[in-house]
Design a binder for this molecule. Structure first.
Ligand code: CP
Length: 312
């Protein structure tokens, strides 16, 4: 694996390999190296989880983190992203984990095929993809159910702005899950019809295995759209209220990539309810990212048995 930009570009075998590796790290089955690679985390959009989780993964792997704050970097003087990344490559940084508001930010960089470019890991591109979040979501679902085939998974909310939804809808459909989508009609991109179908939020809640809620992304909306938004109305129509939670099957789980707008997407009291896996998702994120970083250097992984994860 030379770069990590989109989970949907990986084969099922490569996915199984990543999930196995993450879980092997989680269960202490892989010996940690003592001398690590050089990595920079470059987040042009705000982040709590992804950035700190990559940092934790890097430190657990014994990697050396060369930190840059984009707001004080020379991009503020007009230096291009490409030149910034080549500069990091020139000083010896081997891997850059980057988040940027532009969809597919990595595509023109990879097309250049410059030997100066470090390996690139996508920490989120606009409303495009969030592959490390998607991997940790897969790991969380796999730990719960042991498979993906036939699971009834509903993704709810701000689908059009959500890179999590774009990553997860495609990969979960490919792995055999039955997907339904709900939320405001104006936030439903018809391209999602390829992966599942649109339903009323209240339809067949009892049949769901996973209810995955999405954050309302006010920062990607026009001021007029934000001005018309009512938190209470959204919660009543599309949110996970206590009444909807009580209709979930005993074995069902709720997920959210976070940050959570409490009492908007999910009732405040439900964020840490028994069926919630929201904080477990964050814990699994560290192991997902350890696996991703490790897989950039395949030869280091010869000893890991990756035959355990089976889909179906
Ligand atoms: N889930 C997620 O990407 O969170 P952050 O924006 O805090 O990284």
């Amino acid at each position: 694996m030379e770069n990590f930009t989109n989970l949907n570009l990986l084969s099922n075998e490569e996915l199984a390999d990543l999930i196995d590796t993450a879980l092997a790290y989680k269960h202490g089955e892989i010996e940690l190296p003592t001398k690590g690679h050089y990595v920079t985390n470059l987040f042009f959009e705000n982040s709590t989880r992804t950035q700190s989780s990559f940092q934790m993964a890097e430190q657990r792997l014994g990697w050396n983190t060369i930190q840059i704050d984009p707001s004080t970097s020379s991009t503020s003087k007009g230096e291009t992203i490409a030149d910034t990344l080549k500069t990091l490559g020139a000083i010896g940084v081997e891997v850059v984990v980057m988040r940027h508001s532009q969809n597919d930010w990595y595509a023109p960089l990879l097309a250049e095929r410059s030997a100066l470019l470090p390996k690139l890991v996508n920490g989120g591109d606009g409303s495009g993809q969030h592959p490390s979040q998607s991997l940790l979501d897969l790991i969380t679902i796999y730990e719960e159910f042991g498979h993906f085939e036939g699971l009834n998974i509903r993704i709810v909310g701000d689908l059009s702005h959500s890179r999590v939804a774009h990553s997860n809808a495609e990969i979960l459909q490919r792995l055999g899950a039955n997907l339904t989508f709900a939320g405001p009609a104006e936030w439903y991109p018809t391209e999602f019809n390829r992966f599942g179908h649109w339903v009323d939020m209240d339809e067949d809640i009892e049949q769901l295995d996973v209810m995955m809620m999405l954050r309302v992304q006010h920062e990607r909306m026009a001021p007029r759209e934000n001005g018309q938004f009512s938190k209470q109305e959204y919660h009543e129509t599309f949110g996970l209220s206590e009444a909807r939670y009580s209709r979930l099957n005993d074995h069902a789980i709720i997920m959210h990539p976070a940050p959570v707008n409490r009492d908007v997407e999910i009732a405040d009291r439900l964020v840490e309810a028994a069926k919630s896996r929201i904080f477990k998702q964050m814990t699994n994120g560290v192991y997902a990212r350890m696996a991703i970083l490790t897989k950039l250097y395949d030869d280091a992984m010869e000893e890991v048995d990756t035959a355990e994860v089976h889909y179906g």
